[in-house]
Design a protein around this ligand. Structure first.
Ligand SMILES: Nc1ncnc2c1ncn2[C@@H]1O[C@H](COP(=O)(O)OP(=O)(O)OP(=O)(O)O)[C@@H](O)[C@H]1O
Ligand SMILES: [Mg+2]
Length: 361
């Protein structure tokens, strides 16, 4: 239990920083690549996206961060014309998604959550097909593909069959494929889910590199805190179809009361221990993680740590481990949603094999 949960955060209407959650000023000076205005998606009686508003400036890397089922993919599908919007509006590069879907499709690149490149084609063939599909003129195609293969570091694999590639390489191929028609707005749904740590970092570097060389706005979804922190200029935290916070990673972290997290595990702690931890100097919240492990947020790391150790010695409670660190986006997530994101991460890569004909259900 978190002893100091954020209560009554006002749904989708604003509580963090300058990037207000109330509907943004669409007529403002900064050019807006993406504007989402009280957007809603209902599946029957179930509301998957519940009146979300945000806008993304030209050239920004914007992250939608949230656990499984938060509504991230549904938001992307609506913004990219793949599913109808139940209520509200989305404008991409000034074009209304519902009224001008073709204009929207011309300016966007989309990498869906599931891997979708054709396994029986070579890397180059996969890119070529998309270039043709998007009417990239013949004389520009080769140069565009050469350039993209270089950016995603697959030049020497251009003739390889896609099924021979690792997951990370396939993801990079899909990033190249999504850019083959030179879109100005790039949507990536969980670009690194299921990748090993080295491949994840490679994808981050590639996206940062692409953004610095092209005029490109990037909207990505993720449930990795470190990914959002490292890559995104601003982050929108989405939970149960609602926007609960939106700001830069730095501003989000500083919006959480307490600047330091003490993670401590005890060997034997009495029943009232959580309450006593909360009574230590400058503590803003105490969260029990089970197995006598606690996350203690404080605005005075040194003082609270000293008092915590003294209290444990006095009470004969042994400390098994203790770490002190700055607040992270994990703490931001807990603060705004009342629970941990990492509890909900158990999920395979978003690809489901279709059943084979004749197979028993
Ligand atoms: N076609 C559909 N019909 C009914 N419910 C749906 C449909 N698509 C999604 N949902 C539900 O809408 C909610 C949001 O789903 P969505 O796929 O957008 O979540 P997500 O944030 O992308 O999650 P994940 O991290 O698992 O990809 C979930 O509860 C999901 O079960
Ligand atoms: Mg999804």
């Amino acid at each position: 239990m978190m002893s100091d949960p954020k209560s009554g955060n006002g749904g989708n209407t604003g509580n963090v920083g300058t990037a207000a959650l109330a509907c943004p000023d669409h007529g403002g000076p900064a050019a807006k690549a993406i504007e989402v205005d009280h957007i809603v998606k209902k599946y029957g009686d179930f509301t998957a996206v519940d009146g979300i508003c945000f806008s993304v400036a030209d050239g920004e890397i914007f992250g939608l961060l949230g656990p499984n089922g938060a509504g991230k993919s549904t938001l992307i599908r609506m913004m990219t014309t793949l599913i109808p919007i139940t209520a509200g509006h989305a404008r991409i590069s000034g074009h209304d998604v519902a009224r001008e879907p073709d204009k929207v499709r011309r300016v966007i690149g989309v990498i869906p959550q599931a891997l979708t490149s054709d396994l029986d084609l070579t890397v180059e063939e996969n890119l070529n097909i998309y270039a043709k599909l998007y009417d990239v003129p013949g004389h520009e195609r080769k140069q565009a593909i050469d350039e993209l293969l270089q950016i995603v570091d697959l030049t020497k694999w251009r003739g390889a069959q896609t099924k021979a590639l690792s997951g990370g390489m396939r993801r990079r191929l899909e990033i190249a494929r999504g850019l083959v028609h030179s879109p100005t707005i790039f949507f990536l749904d969980e670009p690194t889910t299921g990748l090993d740590p080295v491949s994840r970092v490679a994808v981050w570097e590639m996206l940062t590199n692409i953004r610095s060389h092209r005029q490109l706005t990037i909207l990505l979804t993720t449930h990795y805190m470190d990914e959002a922190d490292r890559l995104c200029d601003r982050i929108a935290i989405v939970d149960h179809g609602r926007l609960v916070a939106l700001d830069t990673p730095v501003a989000l972290k500083s919006s959480v009361p307490g600047s330091t997290v003490i993670e401590v595990q005890f060997e034997n702690s009495p029943a009232d221990w959580e309450q006593r931890l909360h009574g230590l100097g400058e503590v803003t919240s105490v969260q029990s993680e089970g197995a006598a492990m606690y996350r203690v947020l404080t605005s005075e790391g040194t003082r609270t740590t000293t008092e915590l150790v003294e209290m444990s010695v006095r009470s004969g409670v042994r400390i098994r481990s203790l770490t002190v660190q700055n607040t992270t986006l994990d703490d931001v997530f807990v603060h705004y949603t009342g629970r941990q994101l990492r509890d909900e991460l158990v999920k395979p890569l978003g690809f489901v094999m279709p059943p084979r004909p004749g197979m028993q259900p």
